[in-house]
Design a protein. Sequence first.
Length: 199
Amino acid sequence: MTSPGRVPHGTAADPRSRANRVGELLRAVAEGNHEAFAGLYDETAGMVHGTAVRVLRDPELAAEVTQEVMVEVWRTAPRFDGARGSALAWIATMAHRRAVDRVRAVQAQRDRDVRAAARDYDRPFDEVAESVARADERTRVQECLATLTELQRDAVLRAYYGGRTYREVAADVAASLPTVKSRIRDGLHRLKMCLGVEW
């Protein structure tokens, strides 16, 4: 008889045994067995989350991806073909693909936000030029903005020309509040030096 807490030889400690168990659970899930899905979830959710964390570097996003993958496993279990690989490999591949898709989606959204912000800031350039110096210095303001790093320029534009609070800017660019404050402070200092004005 096996003592509680100990794994008998050839069961959970054996990767082949685990792979077989996951395969059996997945086949049962394909038939709509809810109890089998609970067991499959227990067996594989940790692996799915670990895969997502390695790709995303964000535990919260990884948790979302884990839930999405497990729902996809439930929904697509009947499509699993054991002749093409193990159930574990199938689920791991699904997790990796979903995590990579999330990375691309997040980056695409950030790119869209930056492009939209750049379009929205065309008019404020005139207002900034008038408040900083004279209307004919518009080009000078744009040239000085161009001397900032991309991160500094984006943060300054969002906060001062876009009317966003520091906290809103941090949320927009998925950065910490101290990081955003530092970008804005450094960006404004460089603008002040470039324009040669007192703010």
